[in-house]
Design a protein around this ligand. Structure first.
Ligand code: ADP
Ligand code: MG
Length: 261
């Protein structure tokens, strides 16, 4: 049933170091996500967004709290989710095609089946003809497209995307945003998406979680009640513009609180 809460982040606190070097990265973060939701996480730089993702990915032990997916704790159990970072992390010695199907083949899909599954998406992403190229022969936008496909094809129901388009130019970014929403609608994955770009969050998300400056706490959850498929013109809609103003104002207050100028 795709309407039940599926992923729970329950009172997660993370402190690094000890004594005078102690850093509190996130503090009592709780939220839940229904299956198939596109949730963006916004917050000032350094507020603990990547730390939060590392917990959901099972890569980091919380000081307090728990994360469950489908009712089972993922703490200490990496490999339950697909995870994509800003840096594409493609393996330089593998072809683009072999990079794209890496997640599938690691999980036991035969190379032949993996390629058959990937081929329509490779074509759709404009990477057809580049399957045999190595990552260094492609532009940054093409590499990021390949990394996105690899993440989408991992077969995981939950995908964590940590500022995946942050380093791209505006047009390439828009192309990838539209590609991601199209494919997400077809695949009905649950996506958690970290961004510092409010327009990007509005354009892509069903819901937006706003975090405070460090230590990151949940400030507010916003619902982007707009039809899909989304288009960039949506940002001019008065309801969206007013949501943007509210988010910007809260975000700005947080940034000022953190680093008064
Ligand atoms: P964001 O992704 O929101 O920019 P991060 O989650 O990367 O923030 O970092 C949040 C805070 O936690 C920062 O102050 C950072 O220096 C600290 N931090 C993150 N990872 C570690 C670590 N492994 N050891 C010590 N401090 C860390
Ligand atoms: Mg980060």
């Amino acid at each position: 049933m795709p309407s039940l809460a599926y992923l729970h982040v329950d009172g997660v606190t993370k402190r690094f170091g000890s004594g005078r070097d102690r850093v509190s990265a996130i503090e009592n973060v709780s939220f839940d996500v229904r299956e198939g939701t596109f949730l963006s996480i916004l917050g000032p730089s350094g507020c603990g967004k990547s730390t939060l993702f590392n917990h959901i990915a099972g890569l980091m032990q919380p000081t307090e709290g728990d994360v469950t997916i489908g009712g089972a704790s993922v703490i200490g159990k990496p490999g339950q989710v697909g995870y994509m970072l800003q840096k594409d992390l493609l393996l330089p010695w593998r072809t683009i095609e072999d990079n794209i199907i890496l997640g599938q083949t690691l999980h036991g899909t035969s190379k032949r089946d993996a390629i058959a599954q990937a081929a329509p998406l490779i074509e759709r992403c404009g990477l057809k003809g580049f399957e045999r190229h190595r990552p260094h022969q492609l532009s940054g936008g093409m590499r990021q497209r390949a990394a996105l496909l690899r993440t989408l094809l991992t077969g995981k129901d939950v995908l964590l995307l940590d500022e995946p388009f942050g380093a791209l130019d505006a047009i390439t970014r828009l192309q990838l945003q539209m590609l991601l929403t199209d494919v997400w609608q077809e695949m009905r994955k649950t996506i958690l998406f970290v961004t510092h770009d409010v327009d990007e969050a509005l354009l892509l998300s069903d819901e937006i979680l706003l975090l405070s400056s460090r230590p990151g706490r949940v400030l507010k959850r916003f619902f982007v009640d707009q039809p899909r498929p989304r288009t960039p013109e949506m940002l001019a809609d008065p309801a969206v513009a007013s949501l943007k103003a509210e988010i910007m104002s809260m975000l700005w207050k947080e940034v000022r609180r953190d680093e008064p100028c």
